[in-house]
Design a protein around this ligand. Structure first.
Ligand SMILES: [Zn+2]
Length: 265
């Protein structure tokens, strides 16, 4: 039987690997870079802080792309996937990430898509879809396991912010899914609140097993598909989906290529 300690260690290892990746791939360490155009990142030496503040106070050259409000979930999905194409091609435009946008969304927000994804640091929605401030309404848990707070957040976005698209986003090499497969296979158990994640992902393991393939990729896809189904049957969301106010899709992010593949259209 697999011990709770080893399951917990697997999660910690996944987090450490993710942290290493993040440190290697951060956008920049200087207060101004060609990639980001205007926004400072990380620790800025005191000597340049005032210069950066002055720059932010002036009108920053827009790096945004020409856009209008999306009319429905289909248009929102097109916009997301266009951003992913730019990201994959290393041609990100970093829209809505300047001082003007910061001031604009301080007053109100009108995000065009809700993303429910894994907490994995290698899958940051705003980067993967090349979006900026106020664009995405994001909720994340390990293995994108929904609980009432997650569902409440998603419902809030749909009902009060009128967000027309909900994307459930899983990803390749998901540590939470991998740990769940190993736990189920070894008849082990997870420690503490991590047990809630294993419990939430286990139906996907059973679904993939029944379909004849208990490979990690299959369970990741099954987990996304089951979560999409769950969303469609949540009463508040189901009503909005029925009226055509909300579109729900499932997708998987490929850590090797940066591509997002729609697996549940
Ligand atoms: Zn994950």
């Amino acid at each position: 039987m697999k011990s709770s300690r080893s399951i917990t260690t697997q999660f910690l290892t996944a987090i450490m690997i993710s942290a290493t990746w993040l440190s290697l791939s951060s956008c920049c360490s200087t207060p101004h870079c060609d990639t980001c155009s205007s926004v400072s990142h990380g620790v800025v030496p005191a000597s340049v802080e005032s210069a950066t503040a002055a720059q932010a106070a002036t009108v920053v050259p827009s790096n945004s792309i020409e856009e209008t409000k999306v009319k429905n979930g289909d248009e929102a999905l097109v916009r997301l996937m266009e951003g992913n194409k730019r990201f994959v091609a290393f041609n990100s435009k970093h829209p809505n990430a300047n001082a003007n946008r910061l001031a604009e969304v301080a007053k109100s927000q009108a995000p065009f898509a809700t993303i429910f994804s894994c907490v994995d640091s290698r899958v940051p929605p705003e980067l993967v879809f090349d979006r900026g401030l106020g664009d995405l309404f994001v909720t994340r848990t390990a293995g994108q396991v929904p609980d009432r707070a997650v569902l409440g957040s998603i419902e809030y976005g749909a009902e009060h912010l009128h967000i027309p698209l909900l994307m459930v986003l899983g990803h390749k090499y998901c540590g939470a899914v991998k740990a769940t497969i190993e736990t189920v296979e070894s008849h082990g158990h997870a420690h503490g609140n991590i047990a809630a994640l294993v419990e939430g992902i286990t139906p996907a393991v059973e679904k993939a097993r029944a379909a004849g393939g208990l490979m990690l990729d299959n369970v990741v896809k099954a987990n996304v598909a089951l979560t999409v189904e769950r969303m469609k049957h949540e009463p508040a969301l189901a009503e909005m989906i029925k009226k055509g106010e909300v579109k729900v899709v499932g997708a998987v992010y490929n850590l090797d290529t940066g591509e997002v593949e729609i697996t549940v259209p």
